[in-house]
Design a protein around this ligand. Structure first.
Ligand code: KIV
Ligand code: ZN
Length: 515
């Protein structure tokens, strides 16, 4: 029994998180993440923006079918077409929410919406009423709330609660808020609005000034009871408040927070890794909770202190957020059952015996090259299998790389292009540069390389390199991923994966205009 209020955790990794340039996910990838979020006991999963694309719509629908314990939500602008599409997408859910929004700040109303405040209010009320025809669970967001006028917010919030909104979200859309001011805004609004007790107030903070988590927690101290956040802080521009930081701040500082979440924190690290490997966005080593160094003690004084009494330098236990899963090591003698069990512990399941076999074969290949296989290797391996499951236009055959001191490195590759073999070669400033030039000499994609990053997946020189390549073409951005113990091979795989995504309709991420 507890006298604390419940703090609802609303995860928007699959919606706001996916709005990060290059972070597009396929429907199956979104389902895998949604199932992990459900396991973690996330209260509400914002699965997408139904009207934005056919892919978004189908993903929300599929998640609504696959996930039974969390509420499934779709975003919708405050217009009938959006709301009807959102309602259709969440129909299969046990519990479905429509999250409708309209901007309320003077700058957004004047320049973006070109609407006077009374019309904005009218449209907001009409949207909530329409959404209530489809579900009892309607959330209303005042976009750019942190730059909106107080009196206008009071009016619109009172009216949408009257119209049936059960959750009122006050986004700090542009990351402009400061903790004292943003938190106090919640207290002032909750006090001033006569029917405020009929709704849950929610935070949604962007991290442009690095204050998203601080702002969200300050709002909680002033009455917010829902926090919108994302795994690893993924999201538009500098991202959203990081779920793992919100959850662990609240549970570690129960002496100050008047709330408790229902989250099972032991799934945090595996979920963080899954999101990172699917999106190709690496987690920085010093990232709180989920960074590789978050629980590593380098200084001798700290190590000595931790050995004598752990709490001298540790405020949380690494195993409580899922780090212990790292320790189990698999190797070339591990059998199919052990590998399958490890995959399952990481939230990875296989639809058919064939896909388990494919993953097991890759595991065996990797175990031949690498002595010990860690959870991170398995995550990368599955992303690699999934990445290459879709029909491929471009396939990697053999590679020959020559690097000799004093000479330009050269690469010769055999590629499959639409089922036909091509040989291509080039020199470059390094082996990766030579490889990409060779590929482009055969493919001529016209795409621009926006990002190239290599990360060692685990420690040691036999670690797999995890490569992310971001390509842009005609306003579409894709992230290709590839993993291998040879980083030049991983780089070639990632580049070809990105080209395959660009060539597959619906798999690249158009940067959504006005959305
Ligand atoms: O940042 C924002 O304002 C949003 C809303 C659509 C909730 O993402
Ligand atoms: Zn947002």
């Amino acid at each position: 029994m507890t006298d604390k209020d419940k703090l609802y955790i609303f995860d928007t990794t699959l919606r706001d998180g996916e709005q990060s340039p290059g972070a597009s996910m396929t429907r199956d990838e979104k389902i895998r993440i949604a199932k992990m979020l459900e396991k973690m006991r996330v209260d509400i999963i914002e699965a997408g923006f139904a009207i934005a694309s056919k892919g978004d719509f189908e993903s929300i629908q599929a998640i609504a079918k696959a996930v039974k314990d969390s509420t499934i939500c779709s975003l919708a602008r405050a217009v009938p077409g959006d709301i009807e599409r959102a309602a259709e997408a969440i129909k299969p859910a046990n519990r479905g929410r429509i999250h409708t929004f309209i901007a309320t700040s003077p700058i957004h109303m004047q320049y973006k919406l070109k609407m006077e405040p009374p019309r904005v209010l009218e449209q907001a009320v009409a949207a909530v009423k329409l959404a209530r025809n489809y579900t009892d669970d309607v959330e209303f967001s005042l976009e750019d709330a942190s730059r909106s006028e107080f009196d206008f917010m009071c009016k619109i919030i009172e009216a949408v609660i009257e119209a049936g909104a059960g959750t009122i979200n006050l986004p700090d859309t542009v990351g402009y808020g400061e903790p004292g001011e943003y938190g106090a805004l919640f207290g002032r609004l909750i006090n001033a609005i006569p029917n405020a007790d009929r709704a849950i107030f929610s935070t949604h903070c962007h991290n442009d000034l690095g204050l998203a988590v601080a702002n969200s927690l300050s709002a909680v101290m002033h009455g917010a009871r829902q926090v919108e956040c994302t795994i690893n802080g993924l999201g538009e521009r500098a991202g959203n408040a990081a779920l793992e930081e919100i959850v662990m701040a609240v549970s570690t500082r129960q002496d100050v927070f008047p709330v408790q979440t229902g989250i099972d924190a032991s799934h945090i690290v595996p979920t963080s890794r899954l999101v990172s490997s699917i999106t190709g966005f690496p987690v920085q080593p010093n990232k709180a909770i989920v960074g590789a160094n978050a629980f590593a003690h380098e200084s001798g004084i700290h190590q000595d202190g931790v050995l004598k009494h752990r709490e001298t330098y540790e405020i949380m236990r690494a195993e409580d957020v899922g780090w212990h899963t790292n320790k189990l090591v698999l190797g070339k003698h591990s059998g199919r059952a052990a590998v399958k069990a490890r995959f399952e512990a990481l939230g990875i399941t296989f639809d058919s015996p064939e896909s388990l076999n494919a993953a097991f074969e890759r595991f065996k290949d990797l175990a031949d090259k690498k002595h010990e296989i860690f959870d991170e290797d398995l995550q990368a391996l599955v992303s690699d299998v999934v990445a290459h499951e879709a029909p491929e236009v471009y396939e990697l055959g053999t590679m020959e790389i020559l690097c000799r001191t004093g000479q330009a490195p050269s690469a010769t590759l055999e590629l499959g292009i639409d089922g036909r073999r091509h040989t291509c070669s080039a020199t470059g400033s390094g082996p990766v540069d030579a490889t990409y030039k060779a590929i482009e000499s055969a493919v001529n994609s016209g795409a621009t390389l926006k990002l190239y990053s290599v990360n060692a997946i685990t420690q040691g020189t036999d670690s797999q390199g995890d490569v992310t390549v971001r390509l842009e073409k005609d306003g579409h951005i894709v992230n290709g991923v590839g993993a291998d113990t040879d980083i030049v091979v991983a780089s070639a795989k990632a580049y070809l994966h990105a080209l395959n995504l660009l060539s597959a309709p619906g798999r690249s991420h158009p940067q959504r205009e006005g959305i």
